[in-house]
Design a binder for this molecule. Structure first.
Ligand SMILES: Nc1ncnc2c1ncn2[C@@H]1O[C@H](COP(=O)(O)OP(=O)(O)OP(=O)(O)O)[C@@H](O)[C@H]1O
Ligand SMILES: [Mg+2]
Length: 513
């Protein structure tokens, strides 16, 4: 048997799957593509996570686009973190090009222009469907983590949550929380000391400063109503899974906000989706482009939580793909969890680069056909070294692959196209009306006004000796019943779902301190 026959046999055996799979491209040997020697990834193992790495301009984002298209075509919805804003093109048909035809002739699959059902989401100043969450929904633990508080300060946060819970004061946005904290450390100090314990003013000051810090990073746009239901990410249209694109163009300078948001989103997904084990297809696949940003400024605690969630979210049928320049950008505990690896070219300019290449090469299965570190520096644009997990969960043989070109547009959309997409969106209407219903802020403001008014009356009374006045009903009783019921319902759900808190290593008792 000639080398090439042996190679064909080796790849065919490694990449033949019983169930459905997503086509990636065709295998290459000695730098040449072999037509019809297809490399694909089983749909079943997309919840085993993945990595797309490579130097700048080598094709990582196009690979992400290819995977998103392939999954959507199989009815699987995806969520893309679009940091550079170059993914919106998925909503439009791609433009034919002789180079693309040439590429596809080598792969042995015709190229067809195609557009996909896309929903454009935002958490910042960017336009799109607003993704929000209320402070109450975060719960004291996660909220304390976002603020990176110490134990004493976290205790104060738990206390504020507990007080507001007990008194039906919904904490919807940051201004609710700030006022509640202010109230409990000033006017309400006696009330809370009697019922719950002391609050140190040093802690209050520290918490306030942290809140201002995250507000400056744009967190106030994110906290509030209406809170996003992650089930809305699971829609389909005409057999295609929706491609949800979260536009994060203006978040690059706010890595802390980004990593926190990611953790919260994953926690919400984890909490909301039922346990399902390994099925024929994943329920949702999340791609995080420029993933180094989430790890860059994440605190140790946040990092540990991300690691934990990555491990556990798989059982909910959710796959996570990290896209970054070097595998070294991803913490090794996370890296070890990533089943599919797509490595684009790496550049060897410096001694440090060469070391990184050696390390990257060690991440891949040994092969009789490739010298991995050499291949890594000789890969062309839109080519990659690939290993995936087969249906038994075993890594497939390493394959240098000529990747298919995306069927949708490899460029951004125009502002007219953007407007049209938002107009056609079914979610805009639901999520983009700013709601500022009566919450802790309004209620406490009323209470404070009343305190001031009462004091005024007292003064007047002592002056004029007027007749005794009927006691006003408590301000809590005047609360809007609807808000209360809804918020209580939510809080109750939180209280019951110990799962996540267990995941994050927090016991119920510390939570309810
Ligand atoms: N699979 C592919 N098919 C056709 N062209 C491709 C493919 N992959 C990459 N290219 C070409 O290479 C260019 C760069 O690709 P891409 O934007 O995906 O790189 P990247 O690795 O994400 O870069 P960066 O690190 O700067 O984000 C594309 O604009 C496209 O012209
Ligand atoms: Mg890119």
């Amino acid at each position: 048997m000639s080398t090439i026959d042996k190679f064909q046999d080796h790849i065919t055996k490694g990449y033949t799957f019983k169930g459905d799979s997503v086509l990636l491209g065709t295998a290459m040997l000695d730098g040449e593509a072999i037509e019809q020697l297809h490399i694909s990834a089983p749909l079943k193992t997309f919840n085993r996570h993945g990595l797309i790495a490579g130097a700048t301009g080598t094709g990582k984002t196009k690979t992400l686009q290819n995977l998103a298209e392939g999954l959507s075509d199989k009815g699987v919805p995806v969520l893309l973190m679009d940091i550079k804003g170059d993914l919106s093109g998925l909503s439009q048909e791609g433009k034919p090009h002789p180079k693309i035809d040439e590429r596809h002739a080598k792969i042995g699959v015709p190229w067809v222009a195609k557009s996909y059902p896309v929903e454009l989401l935002t958490i910042s100043e960017e336009k799109g469907v607003r993704m929000r969450a209320t402070v109450s929904e975060f719960g004291p633990v996660l909220f304390g983590k976002i603020l990176e508080l110490n134990d004493t300060q976290s205790g104060v946060v738990s206390l504020v949550f507990k007080y507001c819970d007990d008194h039906q004061l919904p904490l919807l946005d940051l201004k609710d929380f700030r006022l509640a904290l202010r109230y409990l450390s000033n006017e309400g100090k006696k009330e809370i000391e009697k019922e719950y314990g002391r609050i140190s003013s040093a802690s209050v000051g520290a918490i306030m400063r942290k809140i201002i810090e995250i507000e400056e990073q744009g967190a106030d746009l994110f906290f509030g109503e209406r809170s996003f239901d992650v089930n809305d990410l699971l829609r389909q249209q005409g057999g295609n899974g929706y491609i949800n694109i979260l536009r994060l163009v203006d978040i690059q300078e706010k890595p802390k906000m980004f990593s926190t948001f990611m953790l919260c989103l994953l926690a919400e997904v984890y909490e909301t989706f039922p346990e399902r084990g390994d099925k024929e297809a994943p329920k949702l696949v999340i791609f995080i482009d420029e993933a180094h940003l989430i790890f860059k400024e994440a605190s140790k605690t946040l990092m540990r939580q991300i690691e934990t969630i990555v491990k556990l979210i798989r059982s909910k049928g959710v796959g996570l793909f990290f896209i970054t320049q070097s595998p070294a950008d991803v913490p090794s505990e996370v890296l070890g969890q990533l089943g599919m690896k797509i490595q684009h070219a790496l550049r060897a300019f410096t001694a440090k680069d060469r070391k990184a290449i050696k390390l990257a090469a060690e991440n891949y299965p040994l092969s009789d056909y490739y010298e991995t570190s050499k291949e890594l520096t000789s890969l062309g644009i839109g080519e990659a070294l690939i290993t995936v997990l087969n249906e038994k969960g075993i890594p497939t043989p390493l394959a240098r692959t000529l990747l298919k070109a995306p069927y949708s547009r490899m460029d951004i959309i125009t502002s007219a196209e953007f407007k049209r997409a938002l107009k056609e969106s079914l979610l805009v209407e639901r999520y983009n009306d700013e709601i500022d219903r009566e919450s802790a802020y309004e209620k406490l403001t009323k209470k404070l006004e009343k305190v001031a008014k009462d004091q005024d009356i007292e003064v007047k009374k002592s002056r004029t000796g007027s007749r005794s006045r009927k006691k006003d009903p408590s301000f809590f009783e005047t609360a809007s019943k609807n808000t209360m019921v809804r918020q209580l319902g939510r809080t109750l759900v939180r209280e019951l779902s110990r799962g996540l808190l267990g995941v994050l290593g927090v016991s119920a008792s510390t939570r309810r301190r």
